[in-house]
Design a protein around this ligand. Structure first.
Ligand code: HEM
Length: 490
C-alpha cells in the first residue's frame, strides 16, 4: 500500500517488493529474462525495480533499445556504472577509465585493425588452433566419449582469439603462464564486485597481482617487437603500436597493454558462452549438425579443403546457427547506463530522474512472438527468407547496410537507429566493435568442429540445459555434458 501511495505518476511503475534495499535483486538475479517477461506483462515495457537499493528503470522493446542505447552523451553514461568493475581488471587510462571521447578513439584504433585483410589471415589460424586442440586434448582421445563442453570452448576461444588478435608469441604464453593469470583477472568480473571491488579480499588481491603481471608481459612483448623492428604482423597489437591520438600523442605502451587485456576479456565470455550454446544446441539437434556438414560438402567440395575467409560466406546455415543462438542466448542480458539529467520518455508522461539507473535488455524483443514466430524454438533455418518461421526483419528484407542512415561516434560509421528487435551486439556509441571478429571466429570454430565430430545429448533427447546467470555474462549451467563421436571412424 505504501509503495502505491508514494508512487510518483511521472515515473514508471515500481515492481512490488517486500524489503526496501533488497527490492527485486533476488528475483532479477536468478533469472533476468523471466523477470523482464513477468513484469513487462504486469507493468508494460517501461518499469522500475530496486536492485541493491538502486532504482533501476528497465525499458524493453525496440523503443526502449533506442531510448537507452542511442541516448545522448549528456543524458546517459556507461563509465559511471562499469568503471568500478573494469578498471581493476583492464588497468588505467583505457575503456571506462578515461573520457568517452578517448574510448571512441581507442575503439577506432582497434576497429581499423579488424579488416577483411586481417580476417583472411585469421581463418586459417583459428581453424588450425581448433584442429590442434581436438588432436591434443585428452578429453577427445578415442572414437567417442562424453565431455563437459563449456571449459573446452572457453579454452578454444582464448587460444583462437589470442593467436589471431595478439600474435603467436602471446598465444604460446597461454600454455605456460597466461591461462592462470587470466583466470585470476576474471574473478574481478563477479557481480559481487560491483559492491566489493575495493575490498582487500583474497580474490581481489589475486586480480590486482594478475593485472600487473599480464600488463608487464604485454609491455615486454611490445618492447621486444620494437627492438626487433618487426613490421609485418597484421594483428591489433602491431596496429596499436603505430597509432596516434588526435592530439598528436602516440598510444603509450601501458595503454596498449591494457587494451590488449580489455579486448581478450570483452570477447572471451561472450564468444565462449556462445560457442558452448551452439555445441549444446547441435547435440540436441543432430539433424542440424548433419545439415551443416552437408552444406560444406555441397558448397566447398567433397574433399573439404582447408577453410578460407571466402568459404564462410558460402555457408549460410553455418552463419544462421550463430545468429539464432545469439537471438536466444545473448550473453549480455542487461546493458546499464547512469542517468546524467532527467530524461523524458517520448510518447509517455514519464521522466526518468538522475537517481535512477537505466537498463536495456535487447534479448526481450529477440524472443518476442511479435517479431519472431515460435520464439522459444531454436531453429537456424528461420533465417532463410523462405522459412515459415522467418522473422519480420528477414521477411521484409533486412535493411540494406548501405542504405541505412549512419552516424560516426568517433570509431567509424554505425547504423543510426537502435530501434531493432535484434541487437545482440548492442547499438549506439558503445556498440560492439568485435562483432565481425566474433562472427569469423565462431563460424570457423563451428565449421571446423562439424568436420570432425557428430554430437548428441547423452540421453539422446532434444533437451537443452538451463542458463547460469550467476556471473556477469550468462552461460550454460555446468556440467553441460555432450556425447561426441569422431566422423573419421565411420
Ligand atoms: C561492446 C556483445 C564479442 C569487444 C559490446 C556490447 C555488446 C557486446 C552487447 C555493448 C555493451 C554496452 O552497450 O554497454 C558481444 C557479443 C560478442 C562480443 C554477443 C560475441 C558473441 C566481442 C569481441 C570483442 C568485443 C570478440 C573484441 C575483439 C567489445 C568492445 C565493446 C563491446 C571493445 C565496446 C564497449 C563500449 O564501447 O562501451 N559487445 N561482444 N566484443 N564489445 Fe563485444
Amino acid at each position: 500500500l505504501k509503495q502505491a501511495l508514494v508512487k510518483n505518476p511521472n515515473e514508471p511503475p515500481i515492481v512490488f517488493h517486500w524489503f526496501p534495499f533488497v527490492g527485486s535483486t533476488i528475483t532479477y538475479g536468478m533469472d533476468p529474462p523471466r523477470f523482464f517477461d513477468v513484469n513487462r506483462r504486469k507493468y508494460g515495457d517501461c518499469f522500475t525495480f530496486i536492485l541493491l537499493g538502486k532504482k533501476t528503470t528497465v525499458y524493453v522493446g525496440p523503443k526502449g533499445n533506442e531510448f537507452i542505447l542511442n541516448g545522448k552523451i549528456r543524458d546517459v553514461c556507461a563509465e559511471d556504472i562499469y568503471t568500478v568493475l573494469t578498471t581493476p581488471v583492464f588497468g588505467k587510462d583505457v575503456v571506462y577509465d578515461c573520457p568517452n571521447s578517448k574510448l571512441m578513439e581507442q575503439k577506432k584504433f582497434m576497429k581499423v585493425a579488424l579488416t577483411t585483410e586481417a580476417f583472411r589471415s585469421y581463418v586459417p589460424i583459428i581453424a588450425d588452433e581448433v584442429n590442434d586442440y581436438f588432436k591434443r586434448s585428452t578429453d577427445f582421445k578415442g572414437k567417442s566419449g562424453v565431455t563437459n563442453i563449456c571449459p573446452k570452448m572457453a579454452q578454444i576461444t582464448i587460444f583462437t582469439a589470442s593467436h589471431a588478435l595478439q600474435g603467436k608469441e602471446i598465444r604460446d604464453k597461454f600454455d605456460v603462464t597466461l591461462a592462470d593469470l587470466y583466470h585470476d583477472l576474471d574473478m574481478g568480473f563477479s557481480p559481487i564486485n560491483f559492491m566489493l571491488h575495493w575490498a582487500p579480499l583474497p580474490w581481489n588481491n589475486r586480480r590486482d597481482h594478475a593485472q600487473r603481471t599480464v600488463a608487464k608481459i604485454y609491455m615486454d612483448t611490445i618492447k621486444s617487437r620494437r627492438d626487433r623492428g618487426e613490421t609485418g604482423a597484421q594483428d591489433i597489437m602491431y596496429h596499436l603500436m603505430n597509432s596516434t591520438y588526435k592530439n598528436g600523442v602516440k598510444v603509450p605502451d601501458h595503454e596498449i597493454a591494457h587494451m590488449m587485456i580489455a579486448l581478450l576479456m570483452a570477447g572471451q565470455h561472450s564468444s565462449s558462452s556462445t560457442s558452448s550454446w551452439i555445441m549444446l544446441y547441435l547435440a540436441a539437434r543432430p539433424d542440424i549438425m548433419e545439415d551443416l556438414y552437408q552444406e560444406q560438402i555441397k558448397n566447398l567440395g567433397a574433399d573439404l579443403p582447408p577453410l578460407t575467409y571466402e568459404d564462410l560466406a558460402k555457408l549460410p546455415l553455418n552463419q544462421a546457427v550463430i545468429k539464432e543462438t545469439l537471438r536466444l542466448n545473448a550473453p549480455i542480458h542487461s546493458i546499464m547506463r547512469a542517468v546524467k539529467q532527467p530524461m523524458s520518455v517520448p510518447g509517455t508522461k514519464y521522466v526518468i530522474p538522475t537517481s535512477h539507473v537505466l537498463l536495456a535488455a535487447p534479448g526481450v524483443s529477440a524472443s518476442d512472438p511479435q517479431y519472431f514466430p515460435e520464439p522459444d524454438l531454436w531453429e537456424p533455418h528461420r533465417w532463410s527468407k523462405e522459412s515459415p518461421l522467418a522473422p519480420s526483419i528477414v521477411r521484409q528484407g533486412e535493411p540494406d547496410e548501405d542504405d541505412e542512415e549512419k552516424i560516426d561516434y568517433g570509431y567509424g560509421l554505425v547504423s543510426k537507429g537502435a530501434a531493432s528487435p535484434y541487437l545482440p551486439f548492442g547499438a549506439g556509441r558503445h556498440r560492439c566493435i568485435g562483432e565481425n571478429f566474433a562472427n569469423v571466429q565462431l563460424q570457423t570454430i563451428v565449421a571446423t568442429t562439424v568436420r570432425l565430430f557428430k554430437f548428441r545429448n547423452v540421453d539422446g533427447s532434444n533437451k537443452v540445459i538451463g542458463t547460469d546467470y550467476a556471473s556477469l555474462f550468462s552461460r550454460p549451467l555446468e556440467p553441460a555434458n555432450i556425447q561426441w563421436e569422431r566422423r573419421d571412424t565411420e
